[in-house]
Design a protein around this ligand. Structure first.
Ligand code: ZN
Length: 133
């Protein structure tokens, strides 16, 4: 398995408009727009930062994963996304190493990337996302 880079930080926010004030006005970042990912019940605003990105995640439904996260933990970094060269290969390798996967097969995330989540109980408490573009 080859990890290319830290692709993005996924940040759970209660209100996208309010959250974006910091990223846009204080840090001076420019978003490349907001996207709705229906399958994950989330709106995503992406702020490119050099080779990486900040992704602000706002829930579109009370039973979505971001709504549940906000209920338990409040706003903040929800996951770290790592770009890999080949996601299927990475998932097979992790499975062989006994890592608990949330997604055994990739699904489609923001920007059409193939993504899969690794369970925090195998990573020391960090929700890790693998992505391939
Ligand atoms: Zn992500």
């Amino acid at each position: 398995m080859k990890v290319v880079k830290i692709d993005h930080l996924g940040i759970a926010v209660k209100n996208m408009t309010q959250a974006n004030v910091f990223w846009e006005n204080a840090l001076g970042l420019t978003s490349c727009g907001c996207e709705n990912i229906d399958e994950q019940k989330v709106n995503v605003t992406i702020f490119p930062v050099g080779e990486s990105r900040v992704e602000c995640l706002e829930s579109t439904s009370p039973d979505g994963p971001i709504a549940k996260y906000l209920e338990r933990r409040g706003e903040g970094i929800q996951h770290v996304g790592f770009q890999v060269e080949n996601i299927e290969e990475a998932l097979t390798e992790m499975k062989q190493k006994g890592i608990v996967l949330i997604d055994e097969k990739p699904k489609i995330g923001a920007g059409g990337a193939k993504i899969a989540f690794v369970h925090p109980k195998s990573t020391g408490g960090v929700l890790v996302e693998l992505c391939e573009k």
